[in-house]
Design a protein around this ligand. Structure first.
Ligand SMILES: [Zn+2]
Length: 109
């Protein structure tokens, strides 16, 4: 939405941006990245005026590094196992049987 100017939910193009701020006791969308009240990463919101969908974006790329230092990363999902392929020397590999052919002899020799 921030980059495309289009809402990913409804395709609307009426988007408003709301600058992030830090309120009392840390309220607001900004993220603390240091020890002090002013050590925050600014988080701006982009609001679709057609459907109400809201996106949050950290304003400064520099702050992404601060967030990475301070907060735990989400573990990436393990890669999906590779699909199994029959070994080249499997007896059926050379039989060239079409599994969709109802007359094919799938039982083999
Ligand atoms: Zn929308």
């Amino acid at each position: 939405m921030k980059n495309s100017g289009k809402c990913p939910k409804c395709g609307g193009s009426r988007i408003s941006t709301v600058p992030g701020k830090t309120g009392a006791y840390g309220s607001g969308p900004n993220i603390y990245v240091g020890m002090w009240a002013w050590s925050t990463a600014q988080v701006n919101r982009y609001v679709c005026l057609e459907c109400g969908f809201v996106e949050h974006w950290v304003a400064s790329p520099e702050d992404l590094g601060h967030i990475a230092e301070r907060f735990e990363s989400v573990a990436a999902e393990p890669p999906a196992p590779a699909p199994m392929a029959p070994p080249d020397d499997a007896p059926w590999a050379e039989a060239n049987i079409d599994p969709n052919d109802p007359d094919a002899d799938l039982k083999g020799p």
